[in-house]
Design a protein around this ligand. Sequence first.
Ligand code: HPA
Length: 274
Amino acid sequence: MKDASYEKALEAARFLRSQLPEAPEILVVLGSGLGAFADTLERAVAVDYRLIPHLPTSTVVGHHGRQVCGYSGDKCVAAMQGRFHFYEGYSLQQATFYLRVAKLLGIEKVILTNAAGGIDPSLAPGDLMLIEDHINLMAANPLQGLNEERFGPRFPDMTDAYDPAYRALAREESARLGIPLKSGVYAALLGPSYETPAEIRMIRSFGAQAVGMSTVPETIVARHMGMRVLGISCITNSAAGVLDQPINHDEVLKVGKQSTTRLVSLLQAVIARM
Ligand code: HPA
């Protein structure tokens, strides 16, 4: 049995290429409440996800559901305003399909952003956190099933999943701009319910500093294809039980939006040197 993911991704990539004046070099994925970067792109062309063959549609409040392609300085960038989550009911293969498309569009550099809960007491809402590494607690893997060799190997290495040179670059640029950048390990759970305080204690003991519901499957798929990944979390809330207060999605979106100016400046500076 053969899956048709490669042919489907090729079809989607051909469609996107026909819509865009130039092939983008970098893919930026914008998490919940973090969509504003796309609005800063110049000479931008937006393509609704619904028009892209085989792409799922985004169902989460705070996610636009379109790809905006344009220029950040002299770099041609494709920005995903909204991603696909496992908790929406998509398979991880569906949720990460857009990365297959990006690769076939010729993109080799990926920036993944997300909204995350801060587990480590040093992380406050509004902080940006460079992702050093991840822990997959989704109990699923997007590479499960037949391997498509044209994308990558059966057993891809995940050492340095988050590109060391990109991490150094993000640190340099954040220091130069005076934008505080924390760093840590990001753990991904399925969601959509937020964690319990007991789960957060467990995740902390595993060695994670932040927690969320995305990014990990995308990194795995990007690394499967040899793409280089930079990951940045926007800490939108303290994780469950860290403070004596409940977590709600509106607050997550609000804090995400408040962090946008710093995130946009950092993204622009990093992209210029990627
Ligand atoms: N937990 C999981 N995902 C999240 C959180 C959280 O506290 N905040 C934003 N996304």
